[in-house]
Structure formats: C-alpha cells, structure tokens
Design a protein around this ligand. Structure first.
Ligand code: ADP
Ligand code: GLC
Length: 496
C-alpha cells in the first residue's frame, strides 16, 4: 500500500507544535507495518538546509498567476523515508516561521502558499506523478483544499483521501483579500475561487463556503473520504457547539466517517534512558538519577536548590487553548504552597509579558524562558516533578505522554486527548495501580489550584508518588497500536 502524507510541518525540519512530531513519527511507524509512506512538505529554507534534494518533476503549473513549481525528493534524517518537497521560492523561501513572520503576523499569502501544497498533494493523488499513492493522508487546514481539488480532477484513477484534524481552532478561513498577493485588486469570492483553481459551484454551503468566505478546513472535511482526529474524546467533542468552532454540524453529519485515533509518541526521541539532552540518563530501575537532572536544571535557570520543593513544569505554545488564563492568577498561590515553577513557551505577547513579570518578582522560585528551545524542553520534561496542562481544549496533547515516560506526573484538565491518556489518582485507580496523574474538570482557576494542592499532598508521600511514576513510565504510548488503526482505516477505504 502506498500513502502520501501531506503536511505543513515535520520534525526535525520545521516545527511549531505537535503536528511536526506526528508527521515524523507516524510515517515511521506506518513503514514498520509495511506501508510505503512518503511525506510531502513545502520547501521552506530549513528544509533545504537539512535535506539533500534531487529534482523529480519540473515545470508544474498550479495556478494561472503563479510561475511553475518543481517537486524535489530527499530522505528524512534518522528515519530515511522519502520526502517530497515543493520548490517555489516565491511562496516559501523566506525567513520566519512556516505560518507567520518573525513578528508573529500571518503571512499575507498563506491562502496561496497552502493552496499550492494542497494542489501538489492532489496531483500526486490523481496519479499525475511517478509515485502513485493509494491513500492521500492530509493534515489540518493547510492541506484542506487537496480533497476538493481531487474531487474535481478528471483523472481516471485516484487515491482515497483521509484528513486528520489536529486542531479545529485553526481553519484557514480567507476572504476576498486573498486576491491581493496575486497582484489583483480585492475582488469578489468567485474571483478568489477561480484564482485558486476551483470551480464556481463549490462556493456554496455544500462545499468550501463558510459565512461568505472560504474555509480550507471545511473543504477538507466536506470532500475527504474519511475524517480522523487525534483522540477518541476529541472526535466526540468536535461534534458539539462548545468545541466544533462552527463545524459541528458538518462533523456530526459525517459522524459515520469520523474516527478518533490516539496519537502515540516517538519512543526513540523521547526516552530518558538515551536522551542526549539530559545530564544523567535513567530508567524505571534507576529513577533516583532523575534528581540529578532537576539539580542541573535548577542551577542552569537560577532556581533555588532544594530537593524538598516540588518543581512544576510547563512547555507550551502561549495561546488561549492551553489554559494559561487558569494558571496565571494562581501562580502566587502555587509558590505559597512551597512549589517552584519552570515554564518554556512562546506566542501571545501579552501573556509573555505577564509571565516575565512574575519571573522577575521571584527569580529563585519561578523561571520563564520565552522562545522555542528543543534542548530545554527535554530537560524540563525530565526534571520537573509535576507537568501542568490545564488546557481548555486539547485534541490530543503529546507533552503529557512525554512526561509520563520520564516519571514526571502530569496534571491535566479532563478534555480531549488529555482525558484519554491520563488516569486520575483517585483512591480506586491508585489501588488498581492504574493512576498516572491528576485530573480536574471545571474550567476555573480555583479547581486548578485544588488539583495542584491534591498533587502536592501526594508528592509528600514518597511511596504513593513513586507508584504514580512507575505506572506512567511502564505504560505503552508507542505508535504501534495507532499505526495499526490507521492501516485498518486505509484498508477499509480501499475495499470500498
Ligand atoms: P500543540 O501541538 O497543541 O502545541 P502538543 O502537546 O501536541 O501541543 O505538542 C507540542 C510539541 O511542541 C511538543 O513536542 C512540545 O515539546 C513542543 N513545544 C511547545 N512549545 C515549545 C517550546 N517553546 N520550545 C520547545 N518545544 C516546544
Ligand atoms: C495539535 C493539538 C495537539 C495535538 C497535536 C498533534 O497541535 O493542539 O493537542 O497533540 O496537534 O496531533
């Protein structure tokens, strides 16, 4: 079976969040199941810097207002599976992030940039190139137009399409301003639809139209053969008004073609026994060595050295989703409870400033590092005692699973993938040796604080804490089972 996995980011080439981790590890796990899976990515500068590439297709016309592009091929570092890269300097050769410039503003031509990614994916899927996939696996809004292009292609054979939703909060909604980067003045939406190479008639409720604009994600959800999302609970959540971000109607109408498959973790990249960023590696049998990492992190970040104070960690994009509005007001209470806090994150500038102010107030107890830092993220996961994820919604979440693997206890809100991966330390679950963390329900700061207090009380009972650590460290979070589920899904689509 041949699968093209189309994505806008993939570790270690380019990463803003969990999608990059999934785009690296899931294809590797699928290959272990005998699937010929290959990646398709835009040609960002970081991709060219890290991969040796050769040209496989040239002179491909995508849109009337864009010069022809090339498709190059190379191999993923580490896992060595094939990666196809779209070479189009006008769209991708620029410094900054994959979606935003260095100041955090969305690139004004994102519609065109990701329409191009979607279009190339659809050309693979309609068997126009040498690699002819049986399945096109799209991810998030950036590849959402691919199923639409495919639906209107005249090719005799084509792949079946799965679209995975990693986060419904980002939908790729664009209005008539999309025409400007084409060098054309603002015009009506039909002009835009035409510019992006879609037929007029798809601009309606039963197509790509979304409140007078167009939605890339809606297009994907409407035209794909199957929809998956990254946890069973989130698959249910997104069919409700609270989590559906306006697409709950479409999602519940397609509930028979919608599955939640839980993400796994890359057990090689996230292994306390071999992690090269740790000062001391450890396993379940040498768990005492974890403390050496904590000591080193405290001195690196200027935190007071004290083995008696629990260290609370958080690594996150600083956005509404991650529940910082619950955490920030109780930071003084957490410190008052005798804990220390270490946070690594970037995003919302106002949140960044507030967090920095706290760190300045209590430098020996609170450490805030702004920016993206792979090495520090591993060190925090290994060094913290408790890992905080008070997310308001969470499609899956990976860091709670990384934490459990490192004997760091997650404290999470019961939502999406957090509900599916963390077992609360209730007396019943503790007795059954199933508890792995602390879970709270309500979206408010005092519930979060109560949960932190509950966790800190357990921290003082060394035996109970160690049991939680061992339960988490010995859980299977590998990709094996989830990759099998994807293979089953692909097979089912091909049999139809
Ligand atoms: P999301 O994809 O919503 O951001 P996940 O938990 O699925 O959440 O994945 C986040 C990934 O991004 C993890 O690998 C995490 O370690 C990483 N990450 C997030 N923020 C940072 C940061 N500031 N520095 C380094 N890694 C980060
Ligand atoms: C998204 C979600 C996160 C999920 C990740 C990978 O970024 O916010 O919960 O783990 O995608 O699927």
């Amino acid at each position: 079976m041949r699968v093209l996995f189309a994505t806008s980011e993939a570790y270690p080439l380019v990463k803003t969040g969990g999608l990059a981790d999934v785009s690296y590890a899931l294809p590797a796990a699928l290959r272990q199941q005998g699937i010929d899976v290959r990646l398709l990515l835009p040609g960002y500068p970081e991709v060219f810097k890290q991969l040796s590439l050769i040209e496989v297709h040239e002179n491909i016309s995508l849109f009337s207002n864009l010069e022809p592009v090339r498709v190059l091929a190379g191999f993923m570092p580490g896992n060595l599976y094939p990666v196809y890269v779209i070479d189009c300097p006008r769209l991708y050769a620029r410094e900054g992030g994959p979606y935003q410039d260095a100041a955090g503003n969305e690139w004004p031509d994102n519609a065109l940039r990701f329409a191009a990614l979607s279009k190339v994916a659809s050309l693979f899927a309609s068997h126009q190139f040498i690699f002819k996939p049986d399945i096109l696996h799209c991810n998030d809004w950036q590849t959402g137009l691919a199923p639409a292009y495919l639906a209107f292609s005249h090719s005799r054979t084509r792949a079946k399409v799965v679209i995975s939703v990693h986060n419904l909060a980002y939908q790729g909604v664009f209005g008539p301003e999309v025409a400007e980067p084409f060098g054309i003045p603002r015009s009506d939406m039909f002009r835009v639809i035409k510019l992006l190479g879609l037929p007029d008639h798809c601009f309606n409720l039963e197509g790509v139209e979304y409140h007078g604009k167009m939605s890339f994600l809606k297009a994907g959800l409407h035209y794909a053969d199957w929809i998956s999302t990254v946890s069973p609970t989130y698959a249910r959540d997104i069919q409700t008004a609270s989590f559906g971000y306006g697409l709950q109607g479409l999602l519940s109408a397609r509930c028979h073609q919608l599955t939640g498959i839980l993400n796994g973790i890359d057990e090689k990249a996230w292994d306390p026994a071999t992690d090269r960023y740790l000062v001391k590696n450890y396993t379940v049998d040498t768990l005492a060595s974890k403390a050496e990492n904590t000591k080193a992190l405290r001195s690196k970040l200027g935190l007071e050295q004290t083995p008696f104070k629990p260290l609370l960690g958080m690594i996150t994009r600083l956005t509404y989703q991650k529940g910082l509005d619950l955490l920030v007001p109780i930071i003084p209470d957490i410190i008052h409870e005798g804990a220390q806090l270490v946070l690594l994150g970037s995003g919302d500038k106002e949140l960044e400033n507030r967090l920095k102010q706290y760190a300045k107030l209590l430098p020996g107890q609170i450490s805030v590092t702004l920016g993206y830092n792979e090495e520090l993220s591993h060190q925090i996961i290994a060094s913290a005692d408790l890992f905080l994820m008070p997310s308001l919604f969470e499609p899956c979440g990976l860091t709670q699973m990384y934490s459990m693997r490192y004997g760091t206890i997650p404290l999470v809100r019961r939502t999406g993938g957090l509900a599916d991966t963390v077992t609360d330390a209730t007396p019943g679950q503790v007795a059954k040796k199933l508890a792995t963390g602390f879970v709270f329900e309500e979206e408010n700061a005092s519930e979060l604080l109560r949960c932190v207090q509950r966790a800190l009380a357990t921290f003082r009972e060394k035996g109970s804490w160690r049991t939680l650590q061992l339960n988490g460290m010995t859980r299977d979070f590998s990709w094996f089972h989830s990759a099998k589920e994807y293979v089953g899904l692909y097979q089912q689509l091909l049999n139809k």
